[in-house]
Each structure stands twice: as structure tokens, then as C-alpha cells.
Design a protein around this ligand. Sequence first.
Ligand SMILES: C[S@@+](CC[C@H](N)C(=O)[O-])C[C@H]1O[C@@H](n2cnc3c(N)ncnc32)[C@H](O)[C@@H]1O
Length: 256
Amino acid sequence: MTVVDARELQAKVRDMYRQVAEEPHGTYHFEMGRPLADRLGYAPDILDRIPAGAVESFAGVGYFFDLADLREGERVLDLGSGSGMDVFYAAQLVGAMGRVVGIDFTPEQLGKARQLAADAGVDQVDFREGRIESTPAEDESFDCVLSNGVINLSPHKGQVFAEAARVLRPGGRLAIADIVSERQLKDAIIGDADLWASCIGGAAQEDAYHQAIEAAGLRIETSRQNPYQFISEQARNASGTYGVKSISLLAVKPGL
Ligand SMILES: C[S@@+](CC[C@H](N)C(=O)[O-])C[C@H]1O[C@@H](n2cnc3c(N)ncnc32)[C@H](O)[C@@H]1O
């Protein structure tokens, strides 16, 4: 199988999500912002209470807060937090006694999220620079790990799930939305760094994706399809041919 050049891919991904932070109204292969969040199922009254700049740069692919079932005071980690919409949303749910950490490797996304948090005076959130394959967080230090539209971008998905399992406490939850495919993508798509950075080229086959989660020691409880569509013709064609789709899922770390 052809694998995309990892260094070229990282540069493309960073460049794409720098633009998403700086030019949220630009043209992309994918939909963004408040209309997308509304359609995916986010609660409008909660969206109204979080920084508008985070909502306009939202580039997730699904809703999972019903699966995450966050409670007051919980500690939450968001892998690939972007401009921070899910971090601010989670902060509303865990309240002042909770803590939400976002991790991202694109400096402009981090910079925007940190500025929005400072401007809004939201102090139970923390945005850390890091890679989701080697998470800057301690073992068993979170009740819930979230991630929205990010893990497909990693060529090392098994490592990402192993890291999620490591930082979750026993009984902790992994609640994510991501892009997967029904059929194996052809090499020309996998090797196209633009399509990879747009959340298509890195889509794992759904069964393999589920197996990678279970191999990390997490037990899948729910997996469902989301009302998500790509925008550009190229992306829609690839999506139609290979059954590229968005799923939300909940997995639990056994042991409680
Ligand atoms: C599609 S965006 C989604 C952002 C955010 N979750 C949201 O819903 O708006 C993907 C984000 O993941 C980040 N990212 C991609 N690969 C990463 C990696 N290996 N480590 C850390 N961050 C990564 C990108 O910088 C970008 O901000």
C-alpha cells in the first residue's frame, strides 16, 4: 500500500488548519462553522455561550457529547482541538470545577484558541502544543477523551488510540467523531496529501478502525453514522466511490 509522505503530509495539514484558523470563510473541501455545528446536533443555547471565533473555525465532522455524557467536575482531553469549539463546549458541561485540555500541533490554531479563552475569561481550559501520537499528558489523568475529525489525519492511528487509553482513568470514556471508509481507498487517493489533509485520504476502513481501538484495550459501546457531507466535487466523488463517511463512537476503558 502506498503511504503518503509523512513529512509532506504534516506540512500540508498544518498549512490547511492555519488557514482554517485565519480564514474561516475561505473555500475548503469541507463545510465549517455554525451551520455545520447546528446540523450535526450541537445544542444552540450552548453554542451561543461559547466564543464565536471558535465556532466560526469549527471543522469537526460529527457530534458526540450525548455519548460522552460529561458530568460536573470531570477532566476532559480533546485531541486536535483546533480553534477550540469542542473544548469550550465541554467546559460548559463540566462547569467551573472541571478542567478541559486541548492539544494541537498547528501554532495558529493554538494561538487563536488561547486568545479566545483569555478574552472570554474561561479559565478551566488549557491549550497545549503537542502531537496526538505522543500526548503531553499524564497516565490515567482524564475521565473522558474527545476528538473531532482529527485521527483520520494521522498515519499512526494505533499509536493515537494507545495514547488515548494511556491517559484515561479505568472506566474513562473515549468519545470521538471521525472519517472512515467502507472500502479500501486506492493508492492515488491515499498518496494525495491535499485529500489526506482534507480528511479523506487518511480514512481507515471502518472495521480496521474499530479493531485499532479495541487493540488499544478500549471496548466499543456505540458506533453510528453522522449527517456529514464533503463539499468539493473531488471530495464528493472520492467519498461516493469508497463509502467515505463520518461516524461518532463511544469506547470505554475497562477496569472500574
Ligand atoms: C479537521 S481539524 C479539526 C479541529 C477541531 N477538532 C474541530 O472540530 O474544529 C484537525 C485539527 O487537528 C490538528 N492535528 C492534525 N493532526 C495532528 C496531530 N498529529 N497532532 C496534533 N494535532 C493534529 C490540526 O492542526 C487541526 O487543528
